[in-house]
Design a protein around this ligand. Structure first.
Ligand code: THU
Length: 135
């Protein structure tokens, strides 16, 4: 798969769509949903630090709130190399994918590909709750 557009959008989000007055640590993400649509976003901080929303969740929640269901891939770009999604974001990615690809990018041409099962093995899902309907 060609991840160029996703990484470009993640870089744009990192540069233009974060709210990071506290850490100044800027992260951008771009998620591709199963129909090929792209949604991007940046991290949004809060004076009550725990209310901060990571870039990954901003992008994912935009997609889900527009009616999209499944994540195919997500690209993540920060100011430094090798920034991996936090534990909460891994759990959120897992909620909306069976095995999404996670693109850890430093530039258009420099990235590594993982899957959510690489990053969150033996995960807790709705299957563990006996949820029958396709949520
Ligand atoms: N952050 C993200 O947006 N994504 C990550 O993958 C790691 C951390 C944000 C949260 C906070 O605004 C800042 O980076 C420092 O933790």
């Amino acid at each position: 798969m060609d991840f160029t557009k996703m990484i470009e959008e993640a870089i744009f989000a990192r540069n233009n769509r974060t709210y990071t007055p506290y850490s100044n640590f800027k992260v951008g993400a771009c998620v591709m949903m199963e129909d090929g649509s792209l949604y991007s976003g940046g991290n949004i901080e809060n004076s009550s630090y725990g209310a901060t929303n990571c870039a990954e969740r901003t992008a994912i929640f935009k997609a889900i709130s527009e009616g999209k269901k499944k994540i195919k891939a997500i690209a993540i770009v920060a100011d430094q190399e090798d920034v991996f999604p936090c534990g909460i974001c891994r759990q959120v990615i897992r909620e909306f994918s069976d095995d999404a690809e996670i693109i850890i990018a430093s530039s258009i041409n420099k990235y590594e590909i993982y899957t959510i099962n690489d990053l969150l093995p033996n995960s807790f899902t709705n299957k563990n709750m006996g949820v029958k309907k396709d949520v």
